[in-house]
Design a protein around this ligand. Sequence first.
Ligand code: ISE
Length: 324
Amino acid sequence: MTLKVGVIGTGVMGAEHVRLLREETAGATVAAVCDADAARAQSVAGAAAGFTDPLALIADPEVEAVVIATPDATHARLALACIAAGKPVLCEKPLAPTAEEALQVVSAEVEAGRRLVQVGYMRRFDPAYVEMRRSRIAGEIGEAVLLHNTHRNAAAPEWFTGAMAVTNSFVHEIDISRWLLDSEPVSARVLQGPGGDPLVITMETDRGQIVSTEVYMNARYGYHVHAQLVGRDGTIEMAAPTATVTNHSLRHGHSWAENWVPRFRDAYRIQMTAWVRSIRTGQPVGASAWDGYVATGIAEQVVTALQTGDSARLLLGVRPGLYS
Ligand code: ISE
């Protein structure tokens, strides 16, 4: 049986999700595409239905499941509409820009009594992160005590405003550190470099581990995400993200991706396949709405720490039984 998917948003991520569904995902088809620009929606939709109203796409009986890839501020409202319609949704991260909105999604899902939302924290499907987690769980590096993250963009995306280095970028490290370590951050402090870029954010977990993250939005040379997990008996870290190395002009090395789409191409592809399969099997995978709330809730408190210069004691409330 083929799952009929509606994709809302045709920007960098929306277009990539349409491509993945069409070219790389077994058991799924693109049934509809939505964009505020009708011509753009129709050109990406091709033979599928084009919509300019996302709520009309969600309500369309031809659409069985939805991918949300619109600007961050719209995610929660659209995810709520999917829950109300009883349709599974892969919602791009962050689940919402504020903890309050993210919690509304959690509450709606709890009320519905079933998990319909997967948040697109695709690093959970990246082969390098998967191997790091497997190695930790297998005990190969002993007890994990420290995680060093580097998160560099060549240039901040043009739609970046305010504290998005935290609410849009650092949310990835919040999510992946919880997943890699199976522990919860309990405090955070932030240092700012000259002009506010880069940031260095240090979190402590409920197991006393340290998670250090550099978030550098304008690193110029390329898109570079790296992680090193330090244990009592060894370390495990990502190798350079490349299939080839080149020698020329007295230099040896590899090139960097321009942004996250080529760097995490495998992760996005594996995530999409896993989401489609999870709808068939009824076994949720990836980051839940609760995980989405936690990432946004911590990010919000880190932003306050950034603005006040104080360290933050991270408070999140109790995880509902639906997510245990
Ligand atoms: C962007 O929105 C993403 O999600 C990328 O994965 C991240 O690395 C980048 O910093 C964000 O702006």
